[in-house]
Design a protein. Structure first.
Length: 319
């Protein structure tokens, strides 16, 4: 033994012979709850009860447990459209809206360059790409590795599938790769049902695409609302469906679409242009949230939109 060393007589004693805190004042347990059955809360989200804890935790960041629904703010359009109207400056046009969204949907490039981590919102990461508006839209590849999605603390990964398109098989393969890698690390995958230029946009098509995505293992699906038969699309899909906002509509029409979709079984919306191209994007996303989470009727939500926009204009004039 080297000079000055202290011989310890017990592995739980300090050099001065005082008992360590982990053995100090140990008491036997006494509150066993005898006669009270162990409580196991069922998971609130459709088709997700059998998932692992980490997967459920991430889905809880996406879907509000109170309502079981979500308002996703989509601004991933630039991955194939470039700087479209409303997305010229993410820092000016999108970041101020983040606080009103449940989730952000974007690419890793925009996330790293333009979205402050301090905004604290979960992110669904666009993980398919490789196409553009100048080429065949269905010709995509897996554009993000699972390690980078984890590095970015993504709540989920998203990939487009193009059922019936030229590169249908390839797009399905992209989705399957993301599902398999996500399952290994407890990260959900969102399947986005892309639509080619010449495809019929009806309940039969979206029911087919949504069901296929769920059967392949997608944890939730983004698809389009249709007036005729949308309730069959949601009923036939065993996992949650969120609707795409699609092209810009008048604000009342967009709120009506969101209301009808929720009423017919959708679990939320993933809106982009109908929010960031609105006359008042901030007022619009709050009105959409009232429809999705509080079942607000379209007319009342539209009045809310107009009131918030008026307050916003008054505040801007006064400053």
């Amino acid at each position: 033994m080297w000079r000055g060393a202290v011989e310890l007589t017990c592995p739980h004693q300090s050099a001065r012979g005082v008992a360590m805190a982990d053995l100090d004042d140990i008491k036997d347990g006494k509150d066993w709850g005898i006669g009270i059955p162990a409580k196991n809360e069922p998971f609130f989200l459709k088709g997700s009860e059998g998932l692992d804890w980490g997967m459920k935790s991430r889905l809880t960041r996406i879907f509000n447990p109170r309502s079981g629904r979500t308002v996703m703010l989509a601004f991933d359009h630039g991955y194939f459209q470039g700087p479209t109207t409303g997305l010229e400056r993410i820092d000016l046009n999108i970041v101020p809206l983040a606080r009103h969204a449940d989730v952000l949907m974007c690419t890793r490039g925009i996330l790293r360059s333009s979205v402050p981590a301090a905004c604290g919102k979960p992110v669904v990461l666009r993980c398919s790409g490789g196409n553009s508006i100048l080429s065949e839209l269905s010709n995509e590849l897996v554009a993000v590795d699972i390690e980078d999605a984890i590095r970015l603390d993504a709540a989920a990964m998203a990939a487009q599938i193009y059922i019936g398109a030229e590169y249908e098989h390839q797009s399905i393969g992209n989705l399957v790769k993301l599902i398999d890698s996500g399952n290994r690390f407890g990260m959900p995958t969102l399947a986005v049902t892309g639509v080619g230029k010449d495809m019929v946009r009806d309940a039969r098509y979206f029911g087919l695409a949504s069901r296929m995505a769920a059967e392949l293992g997608a944890h939730y699906v983004k698809t389009y609302f249709v007036e005729d038969g949308f309730e069959r699309v949601t009923a036939g899909c065993p996992v949650p469906i969120v609707i795409a906002g699609g092209k810009k509509l008048p604000e009342l029409d967009a709120l009506t679409m969101a209301y009808k979709a929720i009423d017919q079984g959708a679990s939320g919306v993933d809106m982009g242009r109908n929010i960031f191209q609105a006359e008042s994007p901030s007022a619009m996303i709050q009105a959409v949230g009232a429809v999705v989470h509080d079942n607000e009727k379209p007319a009342r939500a539209f009045n809310m939109y107009k009131t918030l926009m008026s307050e916003e204009l008054s505040h801007a004039a006064a400053s």
